[in-house]
Each structure stands twice: as C-alpha cells, then as structure tokens.
Design a protein. Structure first.
Length: 196
C-alpha cells in the first residue's frame, strides 16, 4: 500500500496507479477541492481512465483516519507547502508519530522538499523555518525523525532531471527553476523511543 500525504490534485497517485496496477495508492489531503476532478475519474471504467487501485481521502496529517493504521509500505510527502512543509522541515514530533502510525513495520517514508531562497522567502519566514541543508538534516532532523519513529537511511539533493520525473503537478511547474534546491529524505519506520 502506498500513501501520498498532501496529495494536492492527486496527479502523483493517479499516474502511479496507472503505471503500477499491482499496487494500491491512497492520496490524502486536507483540502478536497483540488481532488474533485480526479476523484471522479478513478471511478470510471478502466478503458476510460478509471483506476480501481486508487483512492482519495480528505484528512489532515494531525487527524489521519484510524483505518490507515499500519497499512503503508510506502509513505510519500512530495513538495509540501504551508503547515505540511513546516511539519516535515522542522520534524514536528506529534505529526511524525501520526505518519509513523500509518506505516507498516519497516515501511519507507520519502520526503521531498524544494525551496527557492528568493521566491519562497516569504513562506519560509512565515513558517519560521531554519535554513534547509544537508547539515541541518543530519544535525536536527535525523534525531527528531528518530524520536518520531523513523530512521533516516539516506538523504541528499535531487538534480532537476530526477525530481521532474515524479509526475506531480508541482514538479512540472518547477521545471527550469534552476535556483531551487530540492532535498530528499528517505527514512524507515522503526519503533519510536516511546514504544513499549
């Protein structure tokens, strides 16, 4: 099972479900409006673009449905914005624990954060984010993610040729934005320090 948190217009879920029919994809977003068109599309006949292996759920990261507990072998957060960006870029403990709750043991969390120091300055200041870098991931986020139940196994920067392959609407919009730094964090779901 693959869950995409902050799925936006659901394009990543839809395209992935089309490409990998053997997997089931769930897109989760607090706002249902961007999902209206694609939500209708998944219920069509397969010959007309329907995707029986896709589902969309309206929910905030802080209040993920209990039905999602322990089902995600893969969990994705791609190009988050607003409160979701703050959560993954600061390593908010309660929200990380909420994400951990929906992961199966050993499930993998992929976070992709893309920030432009000039264009995104207002949002970074509004959210009170620290400057984002590999050193920041290592020194600050890695221990915070561990407390939240995730062991960071890999991190780095994605070149544009890689992040534009993600088939999200946001990645498509960012094509040619050479000033943007795109970081990735790959983390494995483990027992958190609070688990008995």
């Amino acid at each position: 099972m693959v869950i995409d948190i902050g799925t936006g217009d659901g394009l990543y879920v839809y395209q992935s479900a089309r490409r990998y029919p053997e997997k089931f994809y769930i897109g989760v977003d607090a706002s249902a409006r961007p999902l209206e068109k694609i939500s209708e599309k998944i219920y069509r006949k397969q010959s007309k673009g329907g995707r029986p292996n896709a589902l969309f759920v309206q929910a905030a990261i802080e209040d993920l449905p209990l039905e999602l507990n322990g089902i995600a072998g893969e969990l994705h957060v791609h190009f988050p914005w607003g409160s979701l960006l703050r959560i993954v870029a600061e390593g908010d403990l309660a929200s990380l624990q909420s994400l951990r709750r929906v992961c199966s043991p050993g499930g993998m969390l992929t976070v992709i954060i893309g920030l432009d120091p000039d264009r995104d300055r207002a949002e970074v200041l509004r959210l009170g984010l620290a400057p984002f870098s590999i050193a920041y991931i290592d020194s600050t986020l890695t221990p915070r993610y561990k407390k939240g139940g995730f062991e960071v196994v890999k991190r780095g920067m994605l070149p544009p040729a890689e992040w534009t392959k993600l088939e999200t609407s946001w990645a498509s919009r960012l094509k040619g934005d050479g000033n943007r730094s795109v970081f990735y964090i790959l983390a494995r779901a483990v027992e958190s320090e609070g688990d008995a």
